[in-house]
Design a protein around this ligand. Structure first.
Ligand SMILES: NC(=O)c1ccc[n+]([C@@H]2O[C@H](COP(=O)([O-])OP(=O)(O)OC[C@H]3O[C@@H](n4cnc5c(N)ncnc54)[C@H](OP(=O)(O)O)[C@@H]3O)[C@@H](O)[C@H]2O)c1
Length: 328
């Protein structure tokens, strides 16, 4: 089959080539891929900084949409012809991908397959962070860093469903999008101090939950910006991962919970449960178009280099989609 390959860390080395067809296990479905969507992890993997977990495809791509063209002997949930999207540990930048039946979600009738490719990775990550780790509750204060990222735009919509008070940080030009999705306040982190703003917004009480992707440079401000019993969920280190001189007494005095997570390496069973929990939590709102994946732009897979360069330049707000198959 055709797949996007690369032979060095530069985006300019991405190209369409050939790779072996995926094997289909007894509990797997084979998807003819219509579209995949970009994630920061793809760039890190291309740069040699984020190797795929053992047993995963070496091909880039953590999510796809498409149509099921084959099912394993033990597959009970899906049939050939179903329109689906799926969470992957790799392999999405290809004409076909094999995935466990528990990591697959149905595409609503109203949604085209390009849009559906934007759902799995960022919505499951945001759901896991807000609900399963952060235990965000109605009326609580939430701060989402990188609010206009793929994960951020999903988190805003899920937090709106929970009826939390939502603050985000983002570049100024991305504020309108965040506010239109349900954020109450957007902080221009390049020109404003998010710690000062967070304390002012919460009348000095602090945020109940913070979702962070920046890491070291934000760590001390994040724990200072948290309320008593606050929860900090660390999902990435876009600003670096080594810090020193932080006053750790804050963690003890405020009884903070500091959690980290990475979705890709989790077990098959964990992901199956997460997909099922997320489906029960959000799918009726996705079906009813109350929650919608935010698509920034769509590239043909022939333009994969430009798509990667766009994400590396922080130009996107929401998801960058890669069309693998011509849409009917
Ligand atoms: N742990 C997990 O399980 C997991 C799963 C999925 C994704 N992630 C992580 O979640 C993050 C978001 O992923 P995504 O695919 O949604 O990303 P994305 O759409 O590419 O958005 C990232 C945005 O972050 C902002 N940003 C970049 N560097 C920054 C910095 N140093 N300080 C502040 N803001 C910065 C930029 O927006 P502005 O223009 O607003 O600055 C950029 O557009 C990534 O770091 C990714 O690795 C983690």
């Amino acid at each position: 089959m055709k797949a996007i390959l690369y032979n060095n860390s530069e985006a300019s080395s991405l190209r369409i080539g050939y790779a072996p067809d995926p094997e289909v296990g007894e509990e797997d479905v084979l998807i003819e891929v219509a579209a995949t969507a970009l994630n920061r992890a793809d760039i890190m993997q291309r740069q040699g900084l984020y190797p795929p977990p053992a047993g995963a495809s070496p091909i880039l791509g953590l999510e796809v949409s498409g149509v099921i063209i084959q099912v394993g002997n033990q597959v009970s949930k899906w049939k050939i012809g179903d329109r689906v999207c799926a969470l992957l540990a790799g392999g999405g930048y290809a004409e076909r991908v094999s995935v466990h039946q528990g990591h697959v979600l149905p595409v609503p009738d109203h949604m085209d397959l390009l849009q559906a490719a934007a759902i799995p990775e960022v919505f499951l990550t945001a759901y896991q962070a807000l609900v399963e780790l952060g235990r965000l509750a109605q009326g609580e204060h939430l701060l989402v860093h990188a609010g206009a990222s793929g994960v951020g735009t999903a988190a805003i919509q899920l937090a709106k469903k929970i009826k939390a008070h939502i603050t985000v940080t983002a570049s100024k030009g991305k504020h309108d999008l965040c506010l239109s999705l349900g954020a109450h306040v957007a902080i221009d982190y390049k020109n404003e101090d998010f710690l000062e703003q967070s304390l002012a917004i919460t009348k000095q009480q602090g945020m109940d939950v913070i979702i962070d992707f920046i890491g070291a440079p934000y760590f001390e401000s994040n724990i200072t910006a948290l309320n008593r019993d606050g929860r900090l969920i660390v999902l990435a280190f876009m600003g670096g991962y080594q810090t020193q001189g932080v006053n750790l007494a804050t963690i003890l005095m405020k009884r903070l919970h500091i959690m980290g997570s990475t979705l890709r390496a989790r077990s098959q069973t964990y992901k199956t449960q997460l997909v099922s929990n997320f489906y029960n939590f959000a799918w009726s709102d996705i079906d009813n178009q109350i929650i919608t994946p935010v698509v920034d732009s769509v590239f043909s897979w022939h333009d994969i280099q430009s798509a990667h360069q766009m994400m590396e330049g922080n130009k996107n707000a929401g998801k960058i989609i890669i069309a693998i198959k011509e849409q009917p």
